[in-house]
Design a protein around this ligand. Structure first.
Ligand code: PLP
Length: 402
């Protein structure tokens, strides 16, 4: 296996994001294949016993076991690291495996975490339910408010953890302010960048330490596999994350890594088109529904900040109906093209009622506090013709009296 011509960092460093998404991290075998090879192997053989011993001592660069290294997985890790502008990346079996590894690998009993309160349900579960069992305290705040970050810091605060845009409220966090504040106080920032992906937002450029993904979403982009990724400095990835990951084993299978590599080839194209489609559908819904949370629309209270940090607003937004759960469920049941699904980032348009699905595990009080109302619906806009989506929404809105 060797890296392809031009994989030398002095050349790839100058590549723009779309080029990195297609080309970065390609290794080729002696067959010279154009598409990345799929190495479905759990182990590796050695020419002699001493080579095996050298590999385990780290004195020979070859691979030893797929919980530790795999060529297809390594290609994906190199590609995502380059897309993020990070020194290194490791991939995991799902977005939640990535979040858990990114956080637990660096936290110990007695540490304190400050987290954005508007977050994916399982991310909230880590902070609210899991960490306290191990003596890790958490404070959840309105992450849109810079003053709350500062006020929540304690002497033992180790990590700031947040999503921007947040799932599903579409709250935006001021990356530069929060990352600068963390740096000045010796706190590590962990940014869940699933909604934007490195195609639209690169938190490391704004000073973030660690970027984590559900690659299940836009990186795969076609609703096929679960995957996760964590990018950061070589020191963090190799000395903090890797010992945790190698010994606890939340590995991504080579097959799923290969699927995500194929997904990344079209990420830029898909996310640009899906962002355009989501804006068109959002403009249609604005005025038809009482409230829409779309960072690409000037009506979003943080529109300017979002557009400073992101190259486009992405495929996902939410909106709220006044008729609560009954009206929201009624609208879902009236859809004829858009599917009822809690997945996002897919090339198909999908809609869900978060309070009864993705945020079901979060208490009703926490849902209310984070802004996940009973009338909220989240829409992932896919690659269909947006006029067909608008017609579907129009008939479904009429069916519930809107
Ligand atoms: C989906 C999602 C996750 C979890 O990812 P999985 O791949 O489903 O484990 C975490 N954070 C955000 C923001 C998500 O949307």
């Amino acid at each position: 296996m060797k890296r392809t011509t031009g994989q030398d960092r002095s050349i790839t460093r100058n590549w723009r994001p779309a080029t990195r998404a297609v080309r970065a991290g390609t290794w080729r075998s002696e067959q010279g294949e154009t598409s990345e090879a799929l190495f479905l192997t759990s182990g590796y053989c050695y020419d002699d016993a001493e080579t095996a011993a050298m590999r385990f001592r780290g004195e020979d660069p070859g691979m030893t076991y797929s919980r530790l290294q795999n060529p297809t997985v390594a290609m994906l890790e190199e590609r995502i690291a380059m897309m993020d502008g990070a020194e290194a990346c490791r991939v995991q079996a799902s977005g939640m495996a990535a979040m858990t590894a990114a956080l637990l690998s660096q936290l110990s009993a007695g540490d304190h975490v400050v987290a954005g309160r508007a977050a994916f349900g399982s991310c909230r579960w880590l902070v609210d339910q899991l960490f306290p069992r191990f003596g890790i305290e958490g404070t959840t705040i309105d992450a849109r408010d810079n003053a709350q970050w500062e006020a929540a810091i304690r002497p033992n605060t180790k990590v700031f953890f947040f999503e921007t845009p947040a799932n599903p409220t579409m709250d935006i966090v001021d990356l530069k302010f929060v990352c600068d504040l963390a740096k000045s106080r010796g706190i590590t920032t962990v940014v869940d960048n699933a909604f934007a992906t490195p195609a639209l937002q690169r938190p490391i450029e704004w000073g973030a330490d660690v970027v984590a993904y559900s690659a299940t979403k836009l990186m795969d982009g076609q609703g096929r596999v679960l995957a996760g990724a964590v990018s950061g400095s070589a020191d963090f990835i190799n000395n903090v994350l890797l010992p945790f990951q190698r010994n606890t084993g939340p590995n991504l299978s080579p097959f799923n890594a290969w699927v995500v590599l194929k997904g990344l080839e079209t990420l830029d194209l898909r996310i640009q088109r899906q962002s355009e489609n989501a804006l068109k559908v959002g403009r249609f819904l604005e005025g038809r529904v009482p409230r829409i949370n779309h960072p690409g629309l000037p009506s979003h209270p943080q529109h300017d900040l979002a557009m400073r940090q992101m190259d486009a607003a992405g495929s996902i937004f939410s909106f709220e109906l006044e008729g609560g759960r009954a009206q929201a469920h009624g609208l879902l049941d009236a859809l004829q093209l858009i599917d009822i699904s809690n997945n996002i980032g897919d090339s198909r348009s999908l809609m869900c009622h978060n309070a009864s699905t993705t945020h079901y595990s979060v208490s009703a009080e926490a849902r209310e506090e984070m802004g996940v109302s009973e009338g909220m619906l989240r829409l992932n806009v896919g690659l269909e013709d947006p006029d067909d989506l608008i017609e579907d929404l129009d008939q479904a809105l009429k069916a519930v009296g809107l």
